[in-house]
Design a protein around this ligand. Structure first.
Ligand SMILES: NC(=O)c1ccc[n+]([C@@H]2O[C@H](COP(=O)([O-])OP(=O)(O)OC[C@H]3O[C@@H](n4cnc5c(N)ncnc54)[C@H](OP(=O)(O)O)[C@@H]3O)[C@@H](O)[C@H]2O)c1
Length: 281
């Protein structure tokens, strides 16, 4: 099975490591917004295309809705069309931000999306293009990623930001009223591989580590595991206004993949593994 991975960033670099026959496509190899550039996939003729490419600086997306829709939605449409032409399985990586955050428990795959910011709207449009065009597809929603490569599109990840700021002695005010499912990209990559290799029915899947927490609880866990005494304070999100609205609860249920025998470790164990991989402990 030949796999093409579009975007060799935080998740893409771990995806490239888990497959045997894999073609990594960096941004200089392919521009998803340009249909003619996507034709490189016709020469490669992969059995599976995994599209991790995204414009995902959530606040910046509010200022550049055209670029946001072009990369995350039109890009997904281009890849879906090419995937059909070469009869490849199209895997679109999506986000927990397709939900509005008003549900009081983790979102399941068939909860109705209702995105509340430009990024979430563009990713949901990307999901819809994928679902309505692709003959064979998986839409895989991941959330709050941390991986060794750091998100190139975001300039790192939350874990790195917290450690750097704590080491510099900064006061850290972190929101304690926004709940999400932290996800180690190494674990997500393995789970995505299993979904494909097990030939699960085409459709939407949530892939996160087990459990959920607020950003404050996540930060506290980082400092406890690394053994840093940080000046960490819980705040409410009204004290930290951002350009883009964020869902209050974007935790994702992983019961669907579990029902197919794909088990994810708890986010705290995944965090420990990440901190070991990065040499912090
Ligand atoms: N990071 C998170 O917390 C998070 C949460 C939920 C969902 N997701 C989704 O997960 C996926 C992977 O995220 P990530 O953290 O791995 O992101 P990332 O590190 O920024 O990786 C994305 C990659 O896509 C490439 N890319 C960007 N625009 C492109 C374009 N127009 N054409 C071709 N390639 C392009 C980037 O290359 P350059 O950097 O060279 O432009 C980068 O290598 C994304 O689809 C994102 O929406 C992420």
């Amino acid at each position: 099975m030949k796999v093409a991975v579009i975007g060799v960033g935080q998740l893409g670099s771990d995806l490239v490591k888990v497959f045997d026959d894999v073609i990594p496509l960096t941004h200089s190899d392919i521009e998803v917004t340009d249909f003619s550039s996507c034709k490189i996939l016709k020469d490669i003729r992969p059995d599976v295309i995994i599209n991790t490419a995204a414009y995902h600086k959530t606040d910046e997306c509010e200022d550049y809705p055209d670029k946001t829709l072009l990369v995350n939605s039109v890009g997904a449409r281009n890849i879906a069309k090419i995937a059909n032409e070469i009869d490849a399985i199209n895997v679109y990586i999506s986000t927990d931000y397709v939900f509005d955050g008003t549900k009081g428990s983790p979102y399941v795959e068939n909860d109705v999306p209702n995105p509340i910011n430009a990024y979430g709207i563009s990713k949901y449009a990307g999901e819809l293009f994928t679902r309505h065009i692709s003959n064979k597809y998986y839409v895989i929603r991941v959330s709050s990623l941390f991986g060794a490569a750091g998100a190139s599109g975001k300039g790192g990840n939350f874990v790195e930001t917290m450690i750097t700021k704590a080491k510099s002695g900064s006061e850290l005010n972190v929101v304690n009223d926004i709940t999400m499912s932290p996800t180690y990209t190494k674990d997500a990559a393995m789970a995505i591989k299993k979904i494909i290799e097990k030939n699960l029915p085409y459709g939407v899947y949530h892939v996160t580590n087990d459990g959920f927490c607020t950003w404050y609880v996540f930060a506290k866990a980082i400092f406890e595991i690394v053994g840093i005494s940080a000046k960490l304070h819980p705040i409410t999100s009204d004290k930290y206004p951002t350009k883009a609205k964020r869902p209050r609860n974007s935790s994702l249920s992983i019961e669907k993949i579990r029902s197919y025998g794909i088990n994810m470790r708890h986010w705290k164990d995944a965090l420990k593994a990440y901190l070991i991989e990065k040499g912090y402990i």
